[in-house]
Write a protein of this length. Structure first.
Length: 428
């Protein structure tokens, strides 16, 4: 276990935006269920989105027997089970424990790790991040200090292609072409170059240093961006901790190249599908587990990557397409997202998922992605440029552009059938 070490007092900066949470972190897990309008909700952390086929089968059984019959993918490659009865909490925990999905009850909500889903499958990354993923998850689950992380703190392991490096994680480790790894914090413009074999341990050291900085600040914060200290300055105490742990490091300019997540279709020795609005029926889930060769990889873009051997990709993609999963890289579903909406959420003003599906034909091939929300909280909304479609009080929707470097443009829409007209008013 990495022991927590004291660091010199950190000075605040007028450039930082401090946040102090008034309440504790209520982020749901599998041992702490969340009460929703459609029943209790469990969020099962899946580090790197990687599930063995038996683990996936156990999740499918849980959704069918204990929940609403669907598996809901999150923007971190995790799985939510909805429609649960409060009385089933013990049974659910036992089922997941038996499947190896709860290696540490004290850490189950902090195992938030995204990883390049095509790593080792398509030959494009600098290295396969699987050893990092295994090492970081093990280190997290054996660190007493790490239990203090919030359920929102995020690690990203990027194989060098720049896909998960763009997800605004708190701690990002990115493989470099020269055989090293960049350790980046939040939106810091610089990184620490560390040896590849020490990358996972360095990531945990960074997280533990954040916890120490948060304690010294006296504020209750959940993410690195909430500290009253710029992420670039937090690299200094991280570096001192790395030195104390015997991990070599040096400052470097952080790599900024980005790529998108996997498109649907055949990709190297695997294939990729997109899940409309992140909702999988048990039938779709079982088709995925039947085709998968040993494991499934859930992506932060609400998709699934399947390593495959032997079966022709075209045949497998046809089977998955027949269940309603997206296998066409030009599908408009790739650019539409939504919160759970009504009736699952009491705060939602509309059944946004039904409205989003009904307006799918208005989505143009190369326009901005749309995210439908039942209220101004916009739960689960993606990072990056988009159009926010927010249900308005009294009915209808308010559309607003969110484009980096541009002033927002807004308009109202009284009926989802008028989506094309509303989009033209703010994007043309």
């Amino acid at each position: 276990m990495l022991a927590a070490m004291s660091t010199p007092a950190l000075r605040s900066s007028p450039q930082a935006t401090a946040v102090s949470r008034e309440r504790g972190d209520a982020c749901p897990g599998t041992l702490r269920l969340h009460a929703a309008d459609d029943g209790a909700l469990a969020r099962v952390r899946i580090p790197g989105g990687v599930l063995t086929v038996p683990q996936a089968e156990a999740l499918g059984d849980a959704a069918e027997r204990l929940g609403d019959g669907d598996l809901h993918l999150t923007s971190r490659g995790n799985v939510q089970l909805r429609g649960l009865a409060e009385a089933c909490a013990g049974e659910l925990a036992g089922l997941l424990d038996a499947a190896g999905l709860l290696p540490s009850h004290g850490h189950e909500r902090v195992r938030n790790i995204v990883a390049s889903p095509l790593s080792g499958l398509d030959g494009r990354g600098v290295l396969d991040v699987r050893p990092w993923l295994t090492a970081l998850d093990t280190a997290l689950c054996t660190s007493e200090a790490a239990q203090g992380l919030s359920g929102r703190f995020l690690f990203a392991l990027d194989d060098g292609r720049g896909d998960v490096a763009g997800l605004d994680a708190d701690v990002t480790v990115r493989a470099t072409a020269d055989g090293g790894a960049h350790l980046g914090l939040g939106a810091a413009g610089t990184a620490l170059l560390v040896p590849v074999e020490e990358a996972a341990r360095a990531a945990l050291v960074a997280a533990e240093t954040f916890l120490e900085a948060a304690r010294e600040s006296g504020a209750r914060v959940w993410r690195i961006e909430e500290l009253d200290l710029p992420a670039d300055e937090l690299l200094d105490p991280v570096g001192r901790r790395l030195t104390a742990e015997g991990i070599r490091h040096e400052r470097r300019a952080r790599e900024t190249g980005r790529t998108d997540g996997p498109s649907p279709g055949a990709l190297g020795t695997g294939l990729s599908v997109h899940v409309p609005l992140g909702r999988l029926t048990v039938r779709q889930w079982r088709e995925l587990t039947d085709i998968a060769d040993g494991e499934l990889r859930l992506t932060p873009w609400r998709g699934v990557v399947l390593p495959t051997q032997g079966t022709p990709a075209e045949e497998s993609l046809a089977r998955l397409s027949a269940t309603g999963l997206v296998t066409d890289p030009d599908s408009p579903w790739l650019r539409v997202g939504a919160c759970i909406g009504s009736p699952g959420c009491a705060k939602s003003r509309a059944d946004v998922r039904t409205d989003a599906a009904g307006a799918l034909g208005a989505i143009e091939p190369h326009g901005l992605p749309l995210y439908w929300s039942g209220c101004e909280r916009r739960c689960g909304h993606p990072r990056g440029d988009r159009v926010d479609v927010v249900a308005a009080p009294g009915g209808g929707y308010r559309l607003s552009t969110a484009v980096s470097g541009q002033e927002p443009r807004s308009t109202s829409m009284d009926d989802p059938a008028r989506l094309a007209t509303a989009l033209a008013a703010i994007t043309s």
